[in-house]
Each structure stands twice: as structure tokens, then as C-alpha cells.
Ligand binder design. Structure first.
Ligand code: SF4
Length: 278
């Protein structure tokens, strides 16, 4: 039997807020999301994690966090053996949509909030209708925090939270997107995250994961669900992740956060700071 700890209580799903951290702290542990931001742009990483600049989330990010919070409660309820009905889902959704204490509220334009909210709810309803996960399937784990000390490889501690582990050791990660994802690109662009999850799962259970599922909730006018399946992480992927973590530590210790202008800038919340950076 898998020995995951109990999941967090029902109310503990408020998004964590960033705050400034020292380079020493940021190189003593590493997570897939920090690695992802660092890979996108060193300056963005610096502004978010080192300087701790707080920004209101974009509408897309707010929708993503709300969907994630609702699906977390949906998974937790199944873990407890009492699945949520439609009314309970609606109540969780309303609570998750609000701005958490201490967060910067979004400056919505006139009809924007109502439209985004309706879209988020439609995406969740589509997922609950089309999910491949049977309602009576008890998860192995939900929102499990795990860490693995990589000191024997000369690397920091890898930390992370597994959204959901299905029966039989299938790791599930929920994502929201505005476009229908291409499976090949999904496997490529999520490799840091999926390989990290695989290592964390192995650390927590002493077993190898049976596979990884990426559940993309696509925010089209008519929302849809696209599930991309990856096999267990390979040795080559693990080596690649270790090499990347090594480069991350070296780069942060150089303390030279250069910008990387590119396509990603259109979604970057730090464009204003970036334009006056020197
Ligand atoms: S605007 Fe672009 S270059 Fe500047 S911090 Fe953001 S991602 Fe980096």
C-alpha cells in the first residue's frame, strides 16, 4: 500500500504568494515551477523570486488557479469517499474565484470578469463530464508535498507537490490552456515538470510510477479536454533534469539576471520593470 500522508484540509487551497528570497535559499532547494520560470527568462525569475515583486495575476492565470483549486477539492472529496455534487462544486468554485487575502486584486475591465468566470465554470463542467477518472476511483494521493535530497548528485533538494496520483501509480497534472495542445509538444515542454514529479513519486513511495497524464482543459468557446499520456520517466530524462538543476545553481550564483526578450514577453507581468531594467 502506498504511504502518502493525509491531504491538506478542505480550506487549504489558497494560492501561495511570492516574496523575496535570498540566492542561498533559492539554491538550497529547487522546484519544477522555479526551473520553468528560470528557463523562460532570468530577469523574470529574479523579479518574481529574488526581488519578490507582487503583481495581480492575469485573467488567464486567475482562471487557471480557480480551476486547479476546484479540481483539488474534487479529488480530495473522492479520496475521502464522498464525491462532490453539483451544488458543492458551485460553492467551491465561488470561494476559489475570490481574491485571496494579501493578493493583488485584478483590475478587471467592464464585462471581462463575468466572461472569464463563465468560461472557467464551463471548463470545469466539461472536465467533470469528460474526465477519464471514474468517480468511484480512490486516488493514491492528492496535493502531496514531497522532497528529495539530491546531495549525492551534488545538487539541492528537489521539492514539489503532486496534484493527484491515480490508483496504480499514475501521476496526473491539470493544466488550462487557450489552445488545443499538440501531444508531441506537450511531452517536450512539460518534461522538466513530469520528470521532477516522477522522482518525487519514487521518493515518496519507493516505487516507480506507472505513467504520467497531462489533463489539458482547453478554454475554447466550447471547452474540451485533451489528455496526453507519458510513460515513466527515463534515465535520460532524469540525467537531463539533473544537468539543468546544476546549470540553474551555477547561473543563480553568478547573480546576473539578464532578460530574454521573446514570444513569452506578451504574457509577462513584469514588462514595465523590464523596460527600465539596467
Ligand atoms: S518582458 Fe520578457 S524579457 Fe522582460 S522580464 Fe518579462 S519575459 Fe523577461
Amino acid at each position: 500500500m502506498i504511504a502518502f500522508a493525509d491531504p491538506p484540509p478542505a480550506a487549504a487551497f489558497e494560492p501561495r504568494q511570492p516574496k523575496g528570497r535570498s540566492i542561498e535559499e533559492l539554491t538550497s532547494t529547487v522546484s519544477a515551477s522555479r526551473l520553468g520560470t528560470w528557463l523562460q527568462c532570468r530577469l523574470k525569475f529574479h523579479l518574481r523570486y529574488v526581488a519578490g515583486v507582487l503583481k495581480a495575476p492575469s485573467a488567464a492565470l486567475h482562471v487557471g488557479k480557480t480551476v486547479h483549486a476546484v479540481l483539488q477539492q474534487w479529488s480530495l472529496a473522492r479520496w475521502r469517499g464522498s464525491p462532490l455534487d453539483g451544488d458543492a462544486i458551485g460553492a467551491v468554485f465561488e470561494q476559489a474565484w475570490g481574491t485571496p487575502e494579501g493578493a493583488v486584486p485584478i483590475a478587471w475591465e467592464s464585462e471581462e470578469e463575468a466572461a472569464s468566470k463563465a468560461n472557467a465554470l464551463a471548463v470545469i463542467q466539461t472536465y467533470l463530464r469528460e474526465t477519464p477518472i471514474p468517480l468511484d476511483e480512490k486516488p493514491e494521493g492528492v496535493e502531496v508535498s514531497v522532497e528529495i535530497d539530491l546531495a549525492s548528485h551534488g545538487l539541492p533538494v528537489l521539492v514539489g507537490v503532486l496534484d493527484l496520483v491515480r490508483a496504480g501509480g499514475r501521476i496526473v497534472d491539470f493544466k488550462t490552456t487557450g489552445r488545443t495542445p499538440d501531444p508531441k509538444m506537450v511531452l517536450h515542454t512539460t518534461e522538466v515538470q513530469t520528470t521532477g514529479y516522477a522522482l518525487l513519486y519514487r521518493e515518496a513511495t519507493g516505487q516507480r510510477e506507472s505513467g504520467i497524464e497531462l489533463h489539458h482543459l482547453v478554454k475554447l468557446k466550447t471547452p474540451k479536454l485533451v489528455v496526453t499520456e507519458a510513460g515513466p520517466a527515463t534515465e535520460q530524462q532524469v540525467n537531463r533534469l539533473f544537468h539543468l538543476i546544476d546549470a540553474y545553481v551555477d547561473d543563480l550564483e553568478r547573480r546576473d539576471p539578464i532578460p530574454s526578450p521573446g514570444m513569452q514577453c506578451s504574457m509577462c507581468e513584469f514588462l514595465g520593470e523590464c523596460r527600465v531594467w539596467q
